[in-house]
Design a protein around this ligand. Structure first.
Ligand SMILES: [Zn+2]
Length: 254
């Protein structure tokens, strides 16, 4: 889960339209929020990801559902209130159901930075306070089958790549060619790109990357031979802006 900036309300969702759709909902309970222009704007806002678990939406069995942060069953007057709508996956929607977010608040990532309330260790989310605890609980953010095991698989894939790169750097260290150096830049850039806020499961990917000692060994080498370029500096900085890693690793100060 990462902080997401809410974008402008879709132009078609005018004040009159909201009023009209809200009245229709109050009279008929129709799915008035189920509009393509609303879904499109929500997907754009979250880079096509579920706002809570960061799975990619729009793929098989992961179509976008429109989430009412304050449930429509309890707060029907907010049924098409743009500030109340979030893009969500079927799994998270099924868990959150009619949880009363006004009575027992959880994190709304468009309003609250999850980093203030959550941290991650060994691919599990941990809470820093009551808000974090409720968020983990209501959304089952450590659900073994659907979330935890895929996280470990992603983390292991990143560790394998770093392990291979670390060994390769050990071999070419004193004698690297321009081709070697360019290949290394590309591979590290790709890893950092997989941790950017628009990437699926970016929270997990950045955790796996910044937890791995090989990453720092490779970075040290690249800085030594002066190929840790501005592009990599900026990509790393951007990951760290969203990362849930708790400690302040001095090697991450750029
Ligand atoms: Zn989800």
């Amino acid at each position: 889960m990462i902080k997401v900036e809410r974008i402008e309300s879709p132009t078609k969702l005018t004040v009159e339209k909201r009023k009209e759709l809200t009245e229709e909902y109050l009279m008929t309970s129709n799915n008035v929020w189920n509009q393509d222009y609303i879904k499109k704007a929500l997907l754009k806002m979250s880079n096509n990801k579920c706002i809570f678990c960061e799975c990619r939406l729009g793929e098989e069995s992961k179509y976008i559902e429109v989430e009412h942060f304050h449930p429509k069953s309890l707060y029907p007057e907010e049924v098409v209130d743009w500030e109340n709508l979030l893009p969500i996956c079927k799994r998270c929607n099924g868990l959150k159901r009619d949880h009363d977010t006004k009575l027992v608040p959880i994190i709304n990532p468009t309003l609250i930075d999850p980093r203030e309330h959550l941290t991650i260790k060994k691919y599990r989310f941990f809470s820093k306070d009551e808000l974090g605890k409720k968020t983990i609980g209501v959304l089952s953010l450590n659900d073994s089958d659907r979330l935890f095991l895929p996280r470990v698989t992603i983390g292991n894939a990143i560790s394998d790549i770093l392990d291979g790169l670390g060994k390769w750097v050990g071999k070419i260290k004193d004698n690297s060619t321009i081709e070697d150096q360019n290949e290394l830049i590309c591979k590290i850039r790709n890893l950092l790109k997989s941790c950017q806020p628009d990437a699926e499961y970016s929270t997990i990917c950045s955790y796996a990357l910044f937890e791995d000692d090989n990453y720092y060994g490779i970075k040290d080498f690249m800085q030594e031979i002066k190929i840790w370029n501005d592009d990599l500096v900026n990509l790393e900085k951007n990951c760290l802006k969203y990362s849930l890693i708790e400690y302040k690793n001095p090697k991450l100060i750029v």
